[in-house]
Design a protein around this ligand. Structure first.
Ligand code: HXC
Length: 261
């Protein structure tokens, strides 16, 4: 069993939600290789699980994650960091996950914690959430996509502000800037995340996988290529049984029963 995570399965029919709770409370969920290895394994397992439609990653009320583990990084040399590909070597796993991943964020999401949240497909934030890339204060820069995903999410102005001055932004500013999909009261964060996960879990999985894949293309490569890719995926949906079922059910004014085929 993992040492740094709590794993849980919630919600129900037809597809359940895999919940992954980061659990290193003594270090505000600071991220180290052990935690990231466990996270990668848990994500792959959920992705392969036929009963799962959506994955939620969350932390504690106090911290989603306060960044990469500074205790580990403090003594690293350039050679250590480079040869070990510190921490980031197992971050790429998250990008391989084909099912939707929701970050349910309360409290600190700093440095690698903010980057981890941004690697998820959507962020639902409690009003207590704080996002920041304070690496500069430690003599480093963001190393898990912060300089790339943050400007895509909030634009250059706010990204530069956050990365260069280490300013942390609250949930409201993050929502206004487009970093956060939904802003909810802290007390209902987990419920709201489960509701969003259920809304995804009710949909036909093949279409969900294609939709996530296509939206991600919007951030990679030229527009024309993304549009062409989307069109092929769109056409491919007509090879699925769920397309027939979804449309037949609509026309018959009944509820669809998806088989994810
Ligand atoms: C290791 C950490 C930690 C971290 C907190 N802790 N953040 N340990 N790495 N990133 C530990 C503290 O040392 C402390 O341990 C315990 O968690 C509680 O933290 P406090 O500081 O006492 O809590 P508080 O006063 O509430 O302040 C919360 C905080 C502060 C504002 C979040 O902890 C903080 O500034 N943390 C560092 C944030 C940061 O710089 N993150 C970016 C890291 S660089 P003890 O044992 O004293 O109780 C990074 C690079 C990413 O993320 C690159 C990706 C590859």
């Amino acid at each position: 069993a993992p040492q740094n995570l709590l794993l849980d399965r919630r919600g129900g029919a037809p597809l359940a939600t895999a919940w992954i709770t980061l659990n290193r409370p003594a270090a505000l969920n600071a991220l180290n290789d052990a935690l990231m290895d466990e996270l990668g394994a848990a994500l792959l397992q959920a992705d392969a699980d036929e009963g799962i439609g959506c994955i939620v990653i969350t932390g504690s009320e106090k911290a989603f994650a306060a960044g990469a583990d500074i205790g580990v990084m403090a003594g690293l040399s350039y050679a250590d960091a480079t040869r070990g590909d510190f921490i980031t070597r197992n971050w790429e796993t998250i990008r391989r996950i084909r099912k939707p991943v929701i970050a349910a964020v309360a409290g600190h999401a700093l440095g690698g914690g903010c980057e981890l949240a941004m690697m998820c497909d959507l962020i639902i934030a409690a009003d207590t959430a704080q996002f920041g890339q304070p690496e500069i204060k430690l003599g480093i820069i963001p190393g898990a996509g912060g300089t790339q995903r943050l400007p895509r999410a909030v634009g250059k102005a706010k990204a530069m502000d956050m990365v260069l001055t280490a300013r942390t932004i609250g949930a409201e500013e993050a929502e206004r800037a487009g970093l956060v999909a939904r802003l909810v009261p802290a007390a209902s964060l987990l419920d709201e995340a489960q509701k969003a996960a259920d809304a995804i879990g009710r949909q036909p999985l093949l279409a969900i996988l294609a939709a996530k894949d296509c939206v991600n293309r919007a951030f990679e490569g030229p527009l024309a290529e993304g549009i062409a890719y989307e069109r092929r995926q769109f056409h491919a949906m007509f090879a699925t049984e769920d397309q027939k079922e979804g449309m037949a059910a609509f026309l018959a004014k009944r509820k669809p029963v998806f088989t994810h085929r």
